[in-house]
Design a protein around this ligand. Structure first.
Ligand code: GAF
Length: 404
């Protein structure tokens, strides 16, 4: 890709001399887990935690990166091309590096990050930092990039610079989400649509996130191992049936080649294929405003993550099993990369407060550990939150996801 493809310069715009602030939310994934690196479907929404990236130009040749959370500053010369350091600064520096690689380098700046996204909780604190940083650097360069370009830039920063093998879901959702809606994304084509959360009886439910406080990290080995195992199975299916990726595969096809792959690969693929089917069914449940159907899909997704993808843990399983028995709960599941982090729950509006108290109390009794709960509305993504800085209107999605 050339730099011309990215970023339309605002005609003869000077470098802004004032400080600017860009915001990015976090995200929770409602359904479609571990499907975003094999051409599958995902259904996340943005949630109203925030990363703030305040940026202002400098007059020397340096870029500085400060995080209020870690109380440290990293200062680099513009010519610096050093490797990742293994700390928080890798995320904004990775974004800068990707801009530099594409010939879209911003002028020297001070970047200050702050915010309240829970860390290592599976709510995409990393993607939130990447997207807020990218928007801030782009505001300084006075170029306009599309939603797809910004999301892909941030994912590359994470894959190439940070070295974490994530898919596209988090960055895309954090850029493209719309308040009051879940985002249905086809991760192969990047076609997407915004599905309203308030249809029928779904409008009388709340999304409740429960943070187990068991730390989760995409950068740790298990995520990469699961990804490699699913790619092993995908390679067999692609070779046998001429598929593009697992996004096209069926359970019948998988069953017919099960002896040609490891048991682990078979299980990972089974999760991914059934999870894609659950996302398609979830679109129908949302359109019908049916929380009972949606909740069943969430519970099915959890069982599949537990048994086939094997990315849950004792604490998360306890939270899901306990939630499912509480009054007003339609469904619950592990959300995000797994191995800890959060559950997402669909709960009757009037029961949500009591649900949170009961779930936390049960968790405390069982593990002597304090969980946190967050009642969330679907928030706007960074494109909408920062559009005033780019003097542009928010585009409608060009194409429809989930139709395949
Ligand atoms: C993490 C990754 F960053 C995403 O790309 C996705 O794979 C998710 O885990 C699992 O669905 O959040």
């Amino acid at each position: 890709m050339t730099s011309e493809k990215y970023g339309t310069p605002t005609p003869s715009a000077p470098v802004p001399s004032r400080a600017m602030e860009c915001l990015a939310p976090a995200r929770v994934n409602l359904l479609g887990e571990h499907t975003d690196y094999s051409g599958g479907l995902v259904l996340p929404m943005a949630i109203p935690f925030v990363t703030r990236a305040a940026i202002r130009p400098r007059t020397d040749s340096h870029c500085s990166f400060t995080s209020e959370l870690f109380s440290t500053t990293l200062t680099l010369d513009q010519t610096d091309r050093s490797a990742a350091r293994g700390d928080w600064s890798d995320y904004p520096v990775g974004v800068l590096r990707e801009l530099q690689n594409r010939g879209a380098e911003p002028p020297p700046f001070d970047l200050r990050l702050s915010g309240n996204v829970p860390l290592a909780a599976g709510l995409s604190s990393s993607a939130s930092v990447e997207v807020a940083s990218a928007m801030a650097m782009l505001a300084l360069t006075q170029t306009r990039w599309t939603i797809e370009e910004i999301a892909l830039l941030c994912r590359r920063a994470e894959n190439e610079y940070v070295g974490s093998p994530c898919g596209i879901m988090d960055q895309f959702a954090i850029v493209a989400a719309q308040a009051g809606h879940a985002l249905l994304l086809d991760t192969r084509t990047l076609a997407y649509e915004h599905l309203p959360m308030n249809k029928g009886e779904l409008g009388e439910t709340r999304i409740v996130i429960c943070n187990s406080m068991v730390r989760h990290s995409v950068a740790n080995g298990e995520y990469g191992i699961r990804r490699r195992e699913s790619e092993e199975g995908q390679a067999v299916l692609v070779a046998r049936f001429g598929l593009r990726d697992l996004g096209d595969a069926t359970i019948a096809q998988l069953d017919s080649v099960c002896s040609e792959m490891s048991v682990a690969a078979l299980r990972r693929c089974r999760h991914i294929i059934t999870e894609n089917a659950r996302v398609r069914a979830a679109k129908e449940a949302m359109n019908a405003g049916d929380p009972i159907a949606f909740g069943k899909l969430m519970l099915g997704s959890h069982t599949s993550q537990q048994n086939d993808f094997e990315c849950s843990c004792e604490e998360i399983d306890f939270l899901v099993e306990t939630a499912a028995e509480l009054p007003g709960c339609f469904g619950a599941r592990l959300t995000g990369g797994g191995f800890g982090g959060c559950t997402v729950n669909l709960v009757q509006h009037g029961e949500a407060e009591r649900f949170c108290s009961a779930l936390k109390a049960a968790y405390q009794r069982r593990f002597s550990r304090t969980a946190e709960t967050y009642l969330c509305e679907a928030a706007d993504g960074a494109w909408r939150q920062n559009s005033h800085l780019f003097a542009t209107t928010v585009p409608e999605p060009a194409s429809r996801a989930g139709a395949k």
